[in-house]
Design a protein around this ligand. Structure first.
Ligand code: COA
Ligand code: AMP
Length: 633
């Protein structure tokens, strides 16, 4: 067997110019790239600096021109509203052209930002592509975030227009979105000119002076459709906010040309999908997985993408995914381990699965958090197809490590995301910046430059980009994950080395939750740790020190219970329901180093019942010792 992976990987390292210019041929350019990498200003690297294109053209127009007009582009499958609607490439193009015209008429110009706060409805995909069409920069905010989080993103992105819906339909209730947008704009310093509102039958939004009704604006004939605006390959396509350790989210910038090339390459050569294949990613357009593999990659390649509004369980039951695979003849599917654990809990022996014909499915891809070997084994046994882990992050936009089934299927090692994708020079470094020997754990880093499609910087903040990612080890990008590479070159990612939480495949910041807790008048200081959870991987747990003095030190048990509920409510209100605290403990003090850093990692290890590493710089070991029984009774 030829080693197609090795050949591709080696070429991407030895001659990246040739490798990426070659990959770029699969994209339609207005000005094709003559060179791949601009490395004239390290550590800031740009890809395809002399090229121009339009990403929406590559996702829609070119397929219509090439004869795919009548092929389904998007299947909206929504068990929560009992709807399945198919849009062909021609139909989607028509809607996106009109939506682009609407945005343009609302004053959105090339380079302007559009914040998108929408549930999983076709208008989300249409708005993203409409922005791409006119060179506007979209910033999608996950619907589970509360108004304060949305306001922070509005203030950073400074959008001309916000696009939202009257509400989202969750498993057990309808969540009105529009009041949250109104509150966010009220809180934000920046005020967008217009709010474009999709009214849904399940909930009606009250409209104000600033608001524009989507259906009215989109009426055929009401708007002149907009054509594709040429943009530089280095122009931003979107900004996607992600959680760091502080409360201030990081605006990950995604460029246009490098991203299009990386997605085209990864969808075909890594995920093994071809034009016409049906692809189903069960995530949310609010996350990077949704941006890359619900919207852009499948459409750029000419696949049919399934947009799923529902949950793995409870909508209506644990067979939803398998029903979708059967009904739409899905060939490639992508989900998060937590979703499979939820299904496994309800249908451990796969009875619901067996009742469906899933024979169209060739591969199940998993990402968003570590794929634990038990879940991998269960899914493999149940489905009888390769279950492929892939590791990446909002920052990279596409897999850093994967089993590259499109090139060659490598043997699977449970617990490993397999091998580095072509273009990524993955190294595991120790504290001194030396490379760890195979099998030894350290900080997983990527040697610069990062490949096309990865973040060129943070939105409006080059300095933070350098200090967050590039300053720990000179010449390397710090992923924030710990892990090791084994003798065969397989990458094992074990978890974050910083204080970022991963709850049900959603990345949350300890700092953000702590800031919410600190806004309660009783709180002197607090720490949030992500503790292990069977279903969600991690859940946030809070340790809170109350202010000194009469008022808080004399609370009865009942009053303390009320306080704990209030603290839980403040987090849901300020961060969102996805950050719901598992537990709040009122404690006398928090363990710290002599320089005042709270020992979150040590507390997390104790709470999980793992061996805890107590740093020699601890200020007062008795504080930690007193906490041990609280953390792990
Ligand atoms: N808009 C508004 N609220 C949302 C939301 C959204 N898009 N998504 C979740 N929420 C709310 C839920 O309504 C729920 O609120 P509640 O506590 O008032 O009921 C809360 O956030 C937590 O929701 P969820 O994380 O969905 O937990 P759950 O216990 O209802 O379901 C799982 C558990 C495992 C089924 C669910 O977390 C899941 O589907 N996970 C997979 C996520 C995923 O695909 N991640 C991949 C990213 S790549
Ligand atoms: P996000 O930016 O929200 O996609 O989160 C990225 C983080 O999720 C990574 O830094 C990892 O900590 C974790 N992660 C994502 N995919 C995997 C995976 N396949 N294996 C292990 N961790 C993962």
């Amino acid at each position: 067997m030829t080693n197609a992976y090795r050949a591709a990987y080696d070429l991407s390292r030895s001659d990246p110019e040739r490798f990426w210019l070659d990959a770029a041929k699969a994209i339609n350019w207005i000005n094709p790239p003559k060179r791949a990498l601009d490395d004239s200003r390290p550590p800031f690297y740009r890809w395809f600096p002399d090229a121009r294109l339009n990403v929406c053209f590559n996702a829609l127009d070119r397929h219509v021109i090439a004869g795919r007009a009548d092929q389904p582009a998007l299947i909206y499958d929504s068990p929560v509203t009992d709807t399945v609607t198919t849009f062909t490439y021609a139909e989607l193009l028509e809607l996106v052209g009109r939506a682009a015209g609407v945005l343009r008429d609302l004053g959105v110009r090339q380079g302007d930002r559009v914040v998108v706060y929408l549930p999983m409805i076709p208008e989300a995909v249409i708005t993203m592509l409409a922005c791409a069409r006119i060179g506007a920069v979209h910033s999608v905010v996950f619907g589970g975030f509360a108004p304060a989080e949305l306001a922070a993103r509005i203030d950073d992105a400074r959008p001309t227009v916000v696009v939202t819906a009257s509400g989202g339909v969750e498993r057990t209730r309808v969540i009105p979105y529009k009041p949250m947008v109104d509150e966010a704009i009220e809180r934000a310093r920046h005020k967008p000119d217009r709010v474009l509102v999709v009214q849904r039958p399940q909930v009606e939004a009250e409209m104000g002076e600033r608001d524009v009704d989507w259906a009215t604006a989109m009426r055929p004939g009401a708007v002149e459709p907009a054509g594709c605006v040429p943009v530089a390959a280095t122009d931003p396509l979107y900004v996607l906010y992600t959680s760091g350790t502080t409360g201030k989210p990081k605006g990950i910038v995604r460029d246009s040309g490098g991203y299009a090339v990386a997605l085209q390459y990864s969808m075909t050569h890594l995920y093994g999908m071809q034009p016409g294949d049906v692809w189903f990613t069960a995530s949310d357009v609010g996350w990077v997985v949704g941006h890359s593999y619900i919207v852009y990659a499948p459409l750029i390649v000419g696949c049919t993408t399934v947009l799923f509004e529902g949950k793995p369980v409870g909508t209506p039951d644990a067979s939803t995914f398998w029903r979708i695979v059967q009904q739409h003849r899905v060939r490639g599917m992508f989900t998060a381990p937590t979703a499979l654990r939820a299904i496994k809990k309800e249908d451990p022996s796969g009875e619901l699965l067996k009742a469906h014909d899933t024979s169209s499915l060739q591969t199940l891809f998993m990402a968003g958090e570590r794929l634990d070997p038990d879940t991998w084994q269960w899914a493999t046994d149940m489905l009888g197809v390769p279950v492929v882990d892939n590791w990446w992050q909002t920052e990279t936009g596409w897999p850093i490590a994967i089993n590259p089934v499109g090139l060659q299927r490598l043997p699977i090692k449970p617990g490993s995301a397999t091998v580095p994708s072509p273009g990524y020079d993955v190294r595991v470094l120790d504290e001194r910046g030396e490379q760890c020997p195979p099998g030894t754990e350290g900080a997983v880093c990527i040697k610069l430059p990062l490949p096309p499609g990865t973040l060129p910087t943070l939105w409006g903040d080059d300095e933070r980009y350098v200090s967050s990612y590039l300053s720990a080890y000179d010449g390397y990008y710090l992923t924030g994950d710990g892990g090791y590479i084994d003798d065969d070159g397989y990458v094992f990612v074990l978890g974050r080395t910083d204080d970022v939480l991963n709850v049900a495949g959603h990345r949350l910041s300890t700092g953000g939750i702590e800031a919410a807790l600190s806004s309660h008048p009783a709180v002197a200081e607090c720490a949030v740790i992500g503790v292990r959870d069977q279903l969600k991987g991690q859940v946030p747990r809070a340790l809170v020190v109350l202010k000194a003095g009469e008022q808080w030190s004399t609370l009865t048990d009942d009053q303390l219970d009320t306080l704990r509920s209030e603290l839980g409510a403040v987090v849901r209100e300020q961060v969102g329901a996805i950050a719901t605290l598992q537990q709040v403990d009122i404690v006398p003090a928090l363990p710290k180093t002599r320089s005042g850093k709270i020992l979150r990692k040590t507390m997390r290890q104790l709470a999980d019942g793992d061996e805890a590493l107590v740093p020699s710089t601890i200020e007062d070991a008795s504080v930690l010792n007193d906490l041990r029984p609280v953390l792990h009774p």
